[in-house]
Design a binder for this molecule. Structure first.
Ligand code: PLP
Length: 363
């Protein structure tokens, strides 16, 4: 049966977690599994990363699915819960929650909970997306510390806007705002644990590692810094996106290929048709020349990406046959390169993988 297959390397996932620990040897690791573990399959990735210290997700539905799949490790809702009654699910399923607004604070402190919950208090240090104002910190922190519904210590967190830019002074500025908020808590009876670093900060800003790092993209072997590939940080790509040739045809000079007749041959050549398209998550905007590996040889994508197929120029000398293997991205063809060509980032390519793609786990 021919279909696009994302081969997931368990040893690469493990290796990348070990790389996180090597970068941040004194920190606990919140392995970020949101968006179906960045397309790698959430519950199976969770099982293969069971030596992480906790898991991070973005939606309560993701957290519930981990529990349904038998995952018992701590799960953190990194944006918190969105409806007040969900506070009871936190107790029921043992989820930890971010608190980033007044509604969440009220739901926690004014509910009658049969057990206290673990809370991560999020400060907006400059990204201006989620989080309380630095001026509100003292009030929120004190309210949480004094609530019998909240386990101590609390984790205080923030998120970087530009951690992938190593020399951007805004990173120092965000760290200063964060440290400023913490100054009052260090002598308190219940000093918090701290968390700032996503993958980019894990590799770029050791001083931001604190108690908990929160890597996502680097666990999957992908560079958190756009101009590099994961290998630069000793990471191994966890995914190889593969498919097969389903047709090979000879065309003459100046014949058009695909929708809109958007590409024409300059010479006679062989065109290979590959069973993957935007219906599988291959980026529709990948232009002519986007690299594809056929039988280990790099060939250019030509013509428009369609829903179920792409076409590649195999060249005049091609001996490629139907059924031959095609690699769209993986160890021999960095996803960062394909993403750049397609005018996007690797994060989006892996999140866009659809249910039609088989996920196949290998050692
Ligand atoms: C998604 C997310 C992360 C992980 O980011 P990466 O760039 O993939 O490492 C970390 N922290 C928070 C709050 C997130 O939402």
């Amino acid at each position: 049966m021919i279909s696009a297959t994302a081969e997931i390397s368990v040893s690469a996932l493990q290796h990348n977690l070990a790389r996180v620990r090597a970068f941040a040897p004194h920190s606990q690791v919140l392995a970020v599994l949101k968006a179906n573990a960045y397309g790698h399959g959430m519950s199976r990735t969770a099982k293969h990363l069971d030596n992480a210290d906790a898991f991070g997700v973005a939606r309560i539905g993701e957290a519930l699915r981990l529990r349904e799949q038998g995952i018992t490790k701590s799960v953190v809702l990194m944006e918190g819960f969105f409806e007040a009654e969900e506070v009871y699910d936190l107790v029921e399923y043992g989820f930890e929650t971010v608190v980033q607004n007044q509604h969440q604070l009220d739901a926690i402190v004014y509910s009658k909970l049969r057990k206290p919950i673990k809370v991560w208090l999020k400060i907006d240090t400059g990204m201006h997306r989620l989080g309380i104002e630095p001026e509100q910190f003292e009030h929120f922190y004190r309210t949480l510390v004094n609530s019998p519904n909240v386990l101590k210590p609390i984790v205080v967190m923030s998120h970087f806007a530009c951690a992938d830019e190593h020399d951007n002074p805004f990173n120092q500025q965000q760290m200063q705002v964060f440290d400023g908020c913490m100054a009052d808590t260090t002598h308190s009876a219940a000093p918090p644990l701290l968390s700032l670093a996503n993958s980019a900060a894990v590799v770029n800003y050791p001083s931001s590692h604190h108690n908990w790092v929160r890597p996502g993209i680097m666990l999957y072997g992908i560079s958190p810094v756009a101009e590099h590939i994961g290998q630069k940080y000793g990471l191994q790509p966890a995914m190889a996106m593969k498919s097969k040739l389903i047709a090979v045809r000879k065309i003459k000079k100046d014949e058009a290929v695909g929708y809109g007749s958007a590409w024409r041959s300059h010479d006679e050549t062989f065109i290979g048709v590959v069973a993957i398209g935007y219906g599988d998550g291959y980026p529709r905007h990948a232009p002519n020349g986007t690299p594809v590996l056929v039988n280990g040889r790099q060939v250019p994508l030509v013509g428009r990406v369609s829903m179920d197929m792409i076409t590649v120029d195999l060249g005049k000398q091609s001996h490629d046959k139907i059924g031959d293997e095609v690699l769209l991205w993986g160890a021999e063809l960095p996803i960062e390169v394909v993403a750049e060509k397609a005018g996007t980032i690797a994060y989006q390519l892996i999140c866009n993988i659809t249910r039609r793609v088989n996920l196949h786990y290998v050692d």
